[in-house]
Design a protein around this ligand. Structure first.
Ligand code: PLP
Length: 433
């Protein structure tokens, strides 16, 4: 069956809002290291790590063996009504890494469910459904999470069970505070936070949820310390801070294991998913016991923390730590960032280069203006694909290239990707003029 037949069937049977990359979408059939191969035999360097899911790359024996061992055990007994050794061991490991004083862990199947759980706990605890979120944020696609999404292209808030007020501090490049120094930007956002609490809420806010670097929002990166300054205000009002680490956890941002650590604050809860099991479905949250245990009703997730996903997660986590992939992300990320910033100096197409570690956003604008250039982002994606490089895109206007390769990236691969990217950015800019 040809790829065009498969695409026609996809369009027939699957929803139109499940958009695919490329006019002629690719079908990935295998992978090794940082490379994937499509059904036509083309090999690509994957600079989006699946969708930040394949944190350490493809075909890693330690992880495949851990998954295989569970499957070969013959008992794919899946029920959270019984003790699951792999689940307890993984929870202990994550609790240890959390930096919290009395951490407890709950597993789900996705980032959405992890955030829904955090919101459920915080709103139950305060007996209030008022929360705070950042403008341009994305936290998932279920009722509460889609309801608080602060990004027009992903939101569907009509019937949200949660009341949300939005605060500045996510997407600086297109905010009214864009031209302020870091220190003044932090001050302006803190003032905004206080004003939003005082004027748009009844004062009974359950929690504030933030992405340390906005993922879907185009890898928008706030200055270090911002959320620590927020936490001081939140404390005054008894508001809990929840850090959505779905994209920023596990050392991807280089300097820190959790993205929020750049802000000098330990939140009451951190949610996670994506890269934890290198592609297997798992999510969850780690929270202070006081919050985690505030629920009096029963609650469980049938598949959350199942033996296969938790075994894959433990193997992935050990691999990440044993190979110091956080350090690798810091080193190679700094090189990529510097190379892209150098290119941006001579480019009218690149409006902003931002990010940390292996989470880098390149915002494209119409040459000669600050207007978003989503068509250029689409063109760069296609040109890069033709050169054997897969990158992501996103942002409020769909005009941001998102670079997030597996954290096992090598120096040679980083140099190769940088060369391809600067070439295709130059070509796309010429085409636009
Ligand atoms: N939170 C963030 C920051 C995300 O980027 C995403 C997904 O992209 C989610 C939550 C939702 O995760 P999932 O798609 O696993 O439900």
């Amino acid at each position: 069956m040809s790829r065009s037949d498969l695409l026609a069937r996809h369009r027939e049977v699957m929803p139109g809002w499940m958009s695919l990359y490329y006019e002629e979408p690719v079908e990935i059939v295998s992978g090794r290291g940082r490379h994937v191969t499509d059904a036509d035999g083309n090999t690509y360097l994957d600079f989006f790590a699946g969708i930040l899911t394949n944190a350490v790359g493809y075909d890693i024996p330690e992880i495949s063996d851990a998954i295989r061992a569970r499957v070969d055990s013959g008992v794919l007994h899946t029920s959270t009504l019984y003790l699951i050794r792999q689940q307890v061991e993984l929870a202990e490991r994550i609790a240890e890494l959390s930096g919290m004083s009395r951490p407890k862990v709950f597993f789900t199947n996705s980032g959405t469910e992890a955030n829904e759980t955090a919101l459920m706990l915080a709103t139950q605890r305060r007996r209030s459904n008022q929360v705070l979120a950042l403008r341009n944020s994305y936290h998932g696609r279920a009722f509460a999470t889609v309801g608080i999404t602060g990004n027009r292209s992903w939101s569907a808030s009509a019937l949200s069970p949660v009341k949300v007020s939005y605060v500045h501090g996510g997407y600086r490049y297109r905010s009214p505070f864009r031209n302020l120094s870091d220190a003044d930007y932090v001050r302006a956002c803190v003032e905004d936070l206080r004003e939003v609490i005082e004027t748009t809420t009844a004062g009974d806010v359950a929690c504030m949820i933030v992405e340390p670097i906005q993922g879907v929002g185009g890898f928008a990166t706030p200055p270090d310390g911002l959320f620590g300054a927020f936490a001081e205000v939140l404390d005054e009002y008894g508001i809990l801070l929840v850090s959505d680490e779905v994209q920023t956890g596990w050392g991807r941002t280089g300097e820190h294991f959790w993205g929020i650590q750049a802000h000098g604050v330990v939140p009451s809860a951190m949610t996670f998913a994506k890269g934890l099991a290198n592609g297997m479905a798992i999510g969850g949250l780690v929270a202070e016991a006081e919050l985690m245990d505030c629920l009096t009703a029963n609650s469980l997730s049938t598949f959350g923390g199942n033996p296969v996903s938790t075994a894959a997660a433990t193997a992935t986590l050990e691999y990440l730590l044993d190979h110091d992939l956080q350090g690798n992300a810091a080193r190679l990320g700094a090189r990529l960032l510097a190379g892209l910033r150098t290119h941006a100096e001579g480019s009218a197409l690149v409006g902003d280069v931002r990010g940390k570690g292996l989470m880098i956003g390149v915002e494209l604008v119409r040459p000669g203006s600050a207007e978003p250039a989503p068509e250029a982002a689409g063109r760069v994606l296609e040109l890069a694909r033709q050169r054997g490089l897969l990158v992501g895109k996103g942002g409020l206007h769909g005009n941001v290239l998102r670079l997030a390769p597996p954290m096992t990236l090598t120096e040679e691969e980083a140099a190769e990707a940088l060369a391809v990217l600067t070439d295709v950015l130059t070509t796309a800019e010429k085409e636009l003029r």
